[in-house]
Ligand binder design. Structure first.
Ligand SMILES: [Zn+2]
Length: 511
């Protein structure tokens, strides 16, 4: 017998063994939503190793090391969160288990958003070799790239500096980044002209990535919400790259009701063939810092020391304060800013001002001078949130960051309050917009759908029990209702409890 024939016979035996042998996990009789947006059906789901081997009816006598009775429960693809801020979690040996995300059903997280992602993607991925609770995909951040080349300088790059930035983006894409993120509202991203971003987006596109943007203005600060949407679309068109708008919103009283115009612009761009999508968290408050919400960006040019010296000059201090008064009005006033960390945690800026006997802006300057603090900024209205959510191009994204309940509640909150209770969208749509559609936007391979051959990232939840429990007062309270969460074939949540398994992987584009 030839070696070749032996090999073929052995291969045949092995695949027969795989088809008929014991499963690792069998999820029986659940209501299966496969993540495509198609109608649910009652089915079994078999897992062997890190893959789904079938979705359908398990033959009688199918053996499994673990059988989960999912009767009356919903079985769906593990959720994909396209926007998070989890650097600190990933650096901590306990927090990197990511239980707060797993208890929402999130099995894959994108990080490096808002321009913040380090160009050192290979190193970031290597650090996760120690284990991580869910899959993590990295974006390279324009702000980080610009910062590495130009620091906090508020000027255009020279030709050589732009080449250096291009090289950093190209390197990050080679190291597995899924795309380029920008934070054009924040310093130093705000110092970049549109053309600079287009140049770097071209590099990301050449490597097969997408463009993810915290747009330049979600309100009426500079170019306005609609101007910023137009800029994002222009970047997509000129760089030829798919555009993904982070945490889409109409921020502040000046632009309330403008969601209609935003939607019209995005739909018009999509009608020309450009891929434009967005994500959204279902809360009326955004999460940022006192400085980022109120300081004019020019005041931050050069970094913290420059800011301090500007505050030291009476003329500049007065100019900054005057602009802060206007920015505070845009955000709804001192009652609309809730401090969520540090000395004044739990107090509105108005209370801080009152108790210290100064104006709200003077109180804000003191907080910024003391190292700044996170805030929940109540600046959205429900009509805009509902209108955005109902769009076919809008998916779920937590923007999870410390101090805001969205980090622990986004996915269950959307399912419970927006789909099941209020019917803003259907449950099928909520699941699709939290799994298959998002996986396609990010470019994940074999994730986001329940089908044979896909990675076994699976959630099993109780639709009567699922709900977010995190609040602005208690932002880190985990959600409830997830019964089982499987990551790469391993149980990360078992009967509602985190197992501590480090079943996640550092993903790379194309793999
Ligand atoms: Zn952002």
């Amino acid at each position: 017998m030839s070696l070749r024939l032996v090999a073929i016979l052995m291969l045949g035996l092995a695949s027969a063994g795989r088809a008929q042998g014991t499963l690792d996990v069998l999820i029986k009789g659940g209501s299966v939503y496969d993540g495509t947006g198609g109608a649910p059906r009652i089915a079994d789901l078999g897992i062997r190793g890190d893959r789904i081997v079938f979705v359908g009816t398990a033959p009688a006598g199918t053996a499994a090391r673990r059988t989960i009775d999912a009767k009356g429960l919903i079985v769906a693809p593990g959720f994909v969160d396209p926007h998070t801020h989890i650097d600190e979690d990933l650096a901590d040996p306990v927090r990197r288990r990511l239980p707060g995300f797993l208890l929402q059903g999130v099995t894959t997280l994108v990080t490096g958003n808002d321009g913040g992602g380090s160009p050192g993607v290979a190193a970031a991925r290597a650090r996760l070799a120690q284990g991580v609770g869910a899959n993590v995909a990295f974006l390279v951040g324009h702000g980080a790239v610009r910062g590495a080349v130009l620091g906090m300088a508020a000027r255009a790059p020279s030709g050589a500096e732009l080449d250096h930035m291009r090289a950093l983006v190209a390197q990050a894409m080679r190291e597995g980044a899924f795309g380029l993120s920008t934070g054009l509202y924040y310093a130093p991203g705000s110092y970049a002209a549109t053309e600079e971003v287009i140049e770097l987006a071209r590099i990301a596109h050449a490597a097969g990535g997408y463009y993810d943007s915290h747009i330049r203005d979600e309100s009426s600060y500079t170019i306005g919400l609609l101007g910023a949407i137009d800029e994002a679309i222009r970047i997509g068109r000129e760089a030829g790259i798919p555009v993904h708008i982070s945490h889409i919103k109409a921020l502040g009283v000046d632009v309330w009701g403008k969601s209609d115009d935003v939607v019209a612009r995005v739909l018009a761009a999509r009608a020309t063939g450009l891929r434009v999508t967005a994500d959204q968290y279902p809360y009326t408050a955004s999460g940022t810092s006192v400085g980022s919400s109120l300081l004019p960006r020019w005041a931050e040019a050069g970094g913290r020391d420059s800011l301090k010296s500007r505050f030291g000059r009476p003329d500049l201090r007065a100019k900054i304060a005057a602009e802060m008064v206007e920015n505070l009005r845009r955000r709804g006033g001192a009652e609309a800013l809730l401090i969520t960390e540090g000395k004044w945690r739990g107090q509105r800026l108005a209370q801080v001002a009152k108790s210290t006997g100064v104006t709200p802006v003077a109180a804000a300057i003191t907080i910024i001078g003391g190292g700044d603090a996170a805030v929940a900024s109540f600046n959205m209205n429900d009509a805009d949130i509902d209108r955005f959510m109902a769009q076919s191009f809008v998916v779920t994204g937590s923007d999870g960051s410390a101090g805001h309940p969205r980090k622990y509640g986004t996915f269950p909150r959307k399912i419970r309050r927006y789909a099941l209770d209020r019917g803003v969208i259907s449950l099928t749509r909520a699941i699709e917009a939290s799994s298959g559609q998002t996986a396609a936007i990010v470019g994940l391979v074999d994730r986001g759908l329940l089908a044979a051959g896909k990675f076994a990232d699976v959630v099993v939840f109780d639709s009567t029990a699922i709900i977010d429990k995190s609040t602005y007062e208690s932002p880190a309270t985990p959600a409830i209702g997830m019964r089982f969460v499987v990551v790469n074939g391993r149980l990360a949540i078992d009967r509602g409890r985190p197992t501590g398994a480090l079943a996640g992987r550092a993903l790379a584009r194309g793999q």
